[in-house]
Design a protein around this ligand. Structure first.
Ligand code: ZN
Length: 304
């Protein structure tokens, strides 16, 4: 299937009956809640090479020892084979969200999580992220998020919208179309970039790195009509050059997977969540996240 054109006008959905409006309101918002934390720039200055005032960094350094807990999902759907273990069934996902809720945690997107973290208000929050931009986000995920007043971040492969996960061996899964991305965005889901074509970034040529990071951000910004804060490294693979490219492209943060020497704002660790993860296992993963953060060396924290 051909990818949809990227440069086009932001528009309303053509078939409201097929895509019901958000109910009861944008997820993650509470009409009775106090004013949300400010989202305007509070950082003393833009990252090096930032191109414009609208792209100032909005958050703080993130120290490995207290990096906020964030879950990493891919697809939420029924399946018969899943060799890369990227799929969680809708029933299991619903139970996982119910468990978070029962623990007093609220799922939010990474951008919101980092802003709350900066304000010292992230204790009851957990980041929810969905890599690759699978189309099942609108079916298996969104209604459950709305049930609990949760939100999330979806990292989409910008050059493959409306296509399939051709970078993987194994079952082909359809990817979000631009219209579906608009709907998620309208419902409060943060949309971030997962690169242009899901290339692994470490070691690639500078021009390709710039395309995957900066160009994908520009296209996504044109599509959404607003700056894009988040980048997610394909395969979780990040080195210093990739992290610098993400920073210099104007993103606010980079999402990785494992803890390591780069752990911080530009390589945020996340906990993989799979079909086997019940509440007990999630609790253990939360503890492991904290432990690994404490073990990471704190060299260069000021740059995080
Ligand atoms: Zn991916």
């Amino acid at each position: 299937m051909a990818a949809e054109p990227l440069h086009r006008e932001r528009r309303v959905l053509t078939d409201p009956a097929a895509e019901p409006p958000c109910s009861p309101g944008p997820i993650g918002t509470d009409p009775a809640a106090p004013a949300p934390v400010r989202t305007d720039p509070v950082h003393p200055g833009p990252p090096r090479g930032a191109p414009g005032a609208d792209e100032l960094f909005t958050g703080p350094a993130v120290r490995p020892a207290d990096s906020p807990w964030t879950l990493m999902y891919h697809s939420v759907d029924h399946y018969t084979e899943d060799p890369h273990q990227v799929t969680v069934t809708p029933g299991r996902f619903a139970r996982q969200m119910a468990w978070l809720h029962s623990c007093g945690l609220r799922g939010v997107g990474l951008g919101e999580l980092l802003r709350a973290h900066a304000a010292g208000r992230a204790a009851d929050l957990v980041g929810l992220t969905f890599d690759d931009g699978y189309a099942d986000l609108t079916r298996g995920v969104l209604p459950v998020l709305q049930r609990y007043g949760f939100s999330a971040t979806a990292f989409v492969v910008v050059g493959r919208l409306g296509g399939h996960n051709v970078w993987d061996e194994g079952p082909r899964k359809p990817l979000l179309t631009a219209d579906q991305i608009f709907r998620l965005h309208d419902c409060g889901v943060e949309i971030g970039s997962h690169g242009m074509y899901h290339r692994s970034l470490p070691g690639i040529a500078a021009a390709t790195l710039a395309e995957e990071t900066g160009h994908s951000r520009e296209l996504l910004r044109d599509l959404l009509g607003e700056p894009v804060g988040g980048f997610c490294y394909p395969y979780g693979a990040v080195d210093a050059a990739a992290a610098a490219a993400v920073r210099d492209s104007g993103y606010h943060y980079g999402a990785a997977i494992a803890h390591g020497p780069l752990t911080g704002r530009w390589a945020l660790p996340r906990s993989y969540v799979g079909e086997r993860d019940n509440g007990l296992r999630l609790r253990a993963k939360r503890a492991r996240h904290r432990l690994r953060g404490l073990r990471v060396r704190v060299d260069g924290e000021d740059a995080r």
